[in-house]
Ligand binder design. Sequence first.
Ligand SMILES: [Zn+2]
Length: 451
Amino acid sequence: MTSNTVFYGTLIHSLSLAELEVINNGVLIINDKGIIIHLERNVPDLNAFLLKHDFGITKIHRLNPHQFLAPGFVDTHAHAPQYVFSGLGMDLPLLDWLNTYTFPAESSFKSVEYAEKAYTKVVSRFLRNGTTTCSWFATIHLNACQSLTDIIERLGQRAFIGKVNMDQNSPDYYVETTEGSLRDTRLFIDYVNSKKSSLLTPVITPRFAISCTSELMLGLGKLAKEYDVPVQSHLCENHDEIEFTCSLFPDSANYTAIYDDHNLLTDKSYMAHCVHMKDDEVDMLAAKSVGVSHCANSNFSIHSGVCDVRRFLKKGIKVGLGTDVAGGFSPSVLDSIRSSFMASKTMKIMHRDGMTGGSKEYEPLVPSELFYLATLGGAKVLGLEDTIGNFAVGKSLDALWVDLAEGGPVDIFENDTNTQMFEKFLFLGNDQSLLHVFVQGRRVAGTATSI
Ligand SMILES: [Zn+2]
């Protein structure tokens, strides 16, 4: 006995960086496992359509004219423990910010009880904001990392989860031995894998090269290969960080090469920031198929710099968006879209005014491209493009039921087209605009009390 569900109304998703598809009167059918089994465009009469085709439908969801379905957001870079001080400590650059605010805050997660409370809040908050998939940095503490995994599983988010590794240049209250770091990483991967959940993926997470010895990074490279798991870290975020990093590893040609020399750059790797990259470093990312997590809010907030995303896209490098909570102060990917828009406009202004020394022409990102980065682009960074990112048949229904009803943050006028409604949501919407949030067909958040 089949038990399928149909959604009928406006559907909006990206087909590629250049192509946003707005489907009017769309029919989207999912099976009881939350997988999309049919997508039909321009169906004027749903009842007539369902009479004609037997899809085994047991539930019908009709969207109102001021509502649409969009793929869920993918946050490719966020620090779960740092949510505790989100919006605070925005006065310092990266290395001082880490020592003053971040390391003391993260060290509190040695208490599992403390971790459970904080992690429940942050994962719930991210889901409420429509982040159906997130790549998390946790802390160095195995027990708290396991607790984060349990909470994510219970709340229903799709997630990549990383136990952070740090065995040098770290405060004595927040550091591991090389041996302990590798042992706990293995135990953590085994723990996540033991859940046998298609939604959960363990990810090797050296904090950054500064806080990892060569021996540790080589060991992590081996683990990534043995378990065939992804690798995430930070790369070329700010000038002082780059200078210090390169002084620690004089045998490597540049910062990017440090990770490569330790076998940490694979087609499953993705790096946050990449703000200040030499041409040969960008070429290395392209050659190794390494993805980039663009964290514009963070880059402004802790004044790291302005990242030229167009440069990566032109080389065919995978790019997604990251909130980088709490270097970035917002837990919402809608904010990442807006910050990336501002960063792109800043690049345009810098080029125009001759501040870059290069061409005066610069092509800033347009809304449809920003939306792509927030959904399908992020899915590609995480190697999930066959699973999520848009409404292609065979993918999972990770989706947002957007509702721009009166009284919410967005005002709609009678002449607004579906595309205009969508753009208003990108720039003005918030968690109040999300009636339902789905991960693999399961409702996990939203302003409605039920569906
Ligand atoms: Zn980060």
